[in-house]
Ligand binder design. Structure first.
Ligand code: DOR
Ligand code: ZN
Ligand code: ZN
Length: 368
């Protein structure tokens, strides 16, 4: 019997759950089932849905769907556009954070105008930070705007050595910036693209082995590991215009446990990167009686299919891993065990509108 260790439930600050508009790729019900199977008990959902979550009406519709479908706890991001600053204080309070896409990616959300960027970064006062998809030269540009506006900025999926050097310098100057990296940028590189084809395409793209090594060598600058779980169907990925993105909710923790086994990461740092720091950066409330049991000795090969995510494929298929999720508990209830998701759709809670958790059989208190 190999050792079972209990960790706090993981918090994934970057997932795409595709509702509304992309239900054939993922739903709140399927994506949060994948989360629980991966030991993730709290997800922050991205706003590049169809329509995108950029105003009260869209936010309410997404909230309604999340309330009905989510099996784990969650909060929803608002998306920035050229025209939606300032967002109301009430919306800011209810959102996970404000997401700004500065570079091109999946969906139409993009802010390329400097005045609009300044307006958003000046007016945002939410409990969550401004989360930015910025690549290359846009990283120092956003650092400069953080210095100018005082905005708390969280950089999504940093993937290159030079970007990380800029973030290190910004932190050393005392700027309120944080960053996340993804498992795919930690484990895969552009050398995997010939093998993976379009199934290895995402934004930011897989980088060089030197970039990947720089992520591992500079773990002290990295605040969180987040999946950027971005499901697209096999048919879409194999088609003539493959959309960027890969699923990752069910593989993040086993990959990180493998790194612990290999001596590349300590268990303390794993917990900081996937739980403590995400909670602090996004001002998230504790989830009582919430944990994940992992079997540190389990050896397995990542399969091609058999996943809970609706798209049922993985860019990590074929990797030999050490460590596996055995059981997940959320607010006192076992919600995943031995391959089976037990939580029902709608049992997850919006952590921005529930001020405290008092156990699964009691009602939460809402403040909006
Ligand atoms: O690869 C990506 N896919 N990067 C993003 O920024 C968006 C995401 C998606 O929504 O598919
Ligand atoms: Zn992104
Ligand atoms: Zn994303």
């Amino acid at each position: 019997m190999s050792p079972v260790v209990r960790l706090p439930g993981l918090v994934d600050v970057h997932v795409h759950l595709r509702e509304p508009g992309g239900e054939h790729k993922e739903t709140f019900a399927t994506g949060t089932a994948a989360a629980l199977a991966g030991g993730v008990t709290l997800v922050l959902a991205m706003p590049n849905t169809s329509p995108p979550i950029v105003d009260e009406r869209a936010f309410m519709e997404a909230t309604r769907r999340a309330q009905a479908g989510a099996r784990c706890d969650y909060a929803l991001f608002l998306g920035a556009t050229h025209t939606n600053a300032p967002l109301s204080p009430s919306l800011q309070r209810r959102a996970a954070g404000l997401k700004i896409y500065v570079n091109e990616t999946f969906g139409p959300l993009r802010v390329t105008s400097l005045p609009a960027l300044i307006a958003h970064m000046r007016q945002w006062r939410g409990p969550g930070p401004v989360a930015v998809h910025a690549e290359g030269l846009m990283v120092p540009a956003i650092v400069a705007l953080a210095a100018m506006t005082g905005a708390r900025v969280h950089f999504c999926h940093i993937s290159r050595a030079a970007e990380l050097a800029v973030i290190r310098a910004a932190k050393e100057q005392g700027l309120p910036v944080t960053c996340e990296v993804t498992p795919h940028h930690l484990w895969l590189t552009e050398q995997d693209v010939p093998r993976l084809g379009s199934f290895g395409q995402m934004r930011p793209p897989l980088a060089t082995p030197a970039d990947r090594d720089a992520l591992w060598a500079n773990l002290d600058v990295i605040d969180c590991v987040a999946t950027d779980h971005a499901p697209h169907t096999r048919e879409e990925k194999a088609g003539p215009a493959p959309p960027p993105g890969v699923p990752g909710l069910e593989t993040m923790l086993p990959l990180l446990l493998t790194a612990v086994h290999e001596g590349r990461l300590t268990m303390e740092r794993l917990v900081a990167l996937t739980h403590t720091c995400p909670m602090a950066i996004f001002n998230l409330p504790p989830q009582p009686d919430t944990w994940v049991d992992v079997d540190l000795g389990a050896e397995w090969v990542v399969p091609e299919q058999g996943w809970h995510t609706r798209v049922d494929w993985s860019p990590f298929a074929g990797l030999h891993l050490r460590g596996r999720v055995v059981r997940t508990q959320l607010r006192g209830d076992v919600v995943y065990e031995s391959g089976r998701v037990i939580a029902s759709p709608g049992s997850g809670r919006d952590v921005r509108t529930t001020t405290h958790f008092t156990g699964s059989r009691q009602k939460g208190v809402t403040d909006v």
